[in-house]
Design a protein around this ligand. Structure first.
Ligand code: NAD
Length: 231
């Protein structure tokens, strides 16, 4: 039986890198994305759209091996984020991963794997990022809850990327070396962990979060040390 993957927000950026890596392995990939293109076009924040998409996936492939919840929630801060915008961020970032998993789980094949794309912002923040950060905290916790509920049916893990450049730019200088590894991340850094977590090699890993941020969240910052200065 051929392997089947479902990727939300797979038209560009990290989602596209994951889709490309999967296709390279001969996996059939179903993408839903809000942008126009050669995939299922729709908003994962909408319940009916998720139901139509899930039906479409099952009609065409019959089962699912890998579900990658990756679509990007909006980032708005407490000063100007409306009730509706905050709710929408949670619909895209938390409710959609929950509901799509619920819709597809009766069709999960043996050895199925769900990967939720969180963010290092699930544990640290800049000002005025409440809608996004709350969504990322939510998806990180949703991951371990689903890992326990789906035990024996699917492994469920999350990845928390740090700064991943999705524009293909050559980022140098302080922007690069502020990360302990000395560079900004690439979409492929995330795609390769997705491929590992989906593989049998990761068969003992579930409910786990893996932060891929070049060491950024592990670094202690003190004014005046190691080139860090508070101006
Ligand atoms: P991106 O903007 O390059 O791609 C996001 C994709 O999601 C786009 O194709 C977009 O059309 C689609 N999308 C957005 N809203 C949607 C919706 N409501 N329904 C369906 N599709 C929708 O973003 P990216 O940087 O590749 O981000 C991918 C994931 O990685 C996101 O969950 C993001 O929060 C996470 N992430 C990214 C970074 C980073 O630095 N790039 C860091 C941490 C986490």
């Amino acid at each position: 039986m051929g392997k089947v993957a479902v990727i939300t927000g797979g038209a560009r950026g990290i989602g596209k890198a994951i889709a490309d890596a999967m296709k390279k392995e001969g996996i059939t990939v179903h993408i839903i994305d809000i942008s126009e293109g050669d995939w299922f076009v729709g908003d994962v924040g909408d319940k009916d759209t998720l139901e139509r998409f899930a039906e479409n996936v099952i009609k065409s492939s019959g089962h699912v091996d890998y579900l990658i919840n990756n679509a990007l929630p909006i980032m708005k801060g407490i000063n100007d984020c409306s009730y509706e915008e905050f709710t929408y961020a949670l619909q895209v970032g938390v409710t959609a991963p929950f509901y799509l998993t619920q819709l597809l789980m009766p069709y999960f094949a043996e050895g199925a794997s769900v990967i939720n794309i969180a963010s290092s912002r699930d544990r640290m923040s800049q000002p005025q990022t409440e809608s996004y950060t709350a969504a990322k905290g939510g998806i990180a916790s949703l991951t371990h809850a689903m890992a326990i509920s789906l035990a024996g049916k699917a492994r469920v893990n999350s990845i928390s990327p740090g700064w991943i450049d999705t524009t293909g730019s050559d980022i140098t200088g302080a922007d690069a070396y502020q990360q302990p590894v000395g560079r900004v991340g690439k979409p492929e850094d995330i795609a390769s962990m997705v491929m590992y977590l989906c593989s049998d090699k990761a068969g003992f890993i579930t409910g786990e979060n893996i932060c891929i941020d070049g060491g950024m969240t592990r670094q202690m910052i003190y004014h005046g040390e190691h080139g860090w200065r508070l101006e």
